[in-house]
Design a protein. Structure first.
Length: 173
């Protein structure tokens, strides 16, 4: 049986089955950088908006996780990309619909069957774009897209920050 394929032989009801699932939290913080007279002031956070969505681990992502159990040419998950396309995720997708920004994860950790990948855009990064999608990749360009998510419009300017926390869980089902 190929990795990631559904089990066809269900004779053993107690067989171990693994499931990949994901969750994404997008946090946007808005800052006041000018006073009422228009003078620059020390930035002060005035509002935080959080959105939590389920993400889809695509076919290439399932294959990637299975292949990590043996030597392969794919590098580790290293980059997170953001884009502007709101098309619903599909397991056959291998790239974002309209990628606009990609960077190395700000933080990553693996514990208790969960892989947590974080990308943080400060007030000077990725500005002038309204993001609607995100995905985890194995390279700075191209590479394997492991998971993709869409979310509500996140307009990025120099008056806000954007943090994406992408969690992929490997569990028994």
């Amino acid at each position: 049986m190929r990795c990631g394929a559904p089990m066809k032989d269900r004779q053993d009801a107690n067989a171990d089955r693994l499931r990949l699932s994901g969750r994404v939290e997008v946090v946007q913080q808005f800052y006041r950088i000018r006073d009422r007279r228009g003078r620059f002031i020390r930035p002060r956070c005035i509002k935080t908006v959080r959105e939590v969505r389920s993400n889809l681990v695509v076919t290439a992502g399932r294959t990637f996780f299975c292949s990590r159990a043996r030597a392969n040419s794919d590098g580790p998950l290293s980059h997170y990309a953001l884009g502007t396309d709101a098309t619903a995720p599909n397991v056959t997708q291998t790239a974002l619909g309209a990628e606009s920004y990609r960077a190395v994860f700000t933080r990553s950790s693996a514990l208790n069957g969960q892989l947590e990948l974080t990308l943080h855009l400060g007030r000077t990064q990725g500005n002038g774009i309204t993001y609607r999608e995100g995905g985890a990749f194995t390279a700075a360009s191209g590479g394997t897209m492991v998971a993709r998510v869409t979310f509500s419009d996140k307009a990025k300017t120099n008056t806000n920050t954007l943090t994406v926390i992408h969690t992929i869980t490997l569990s028994a089902s």
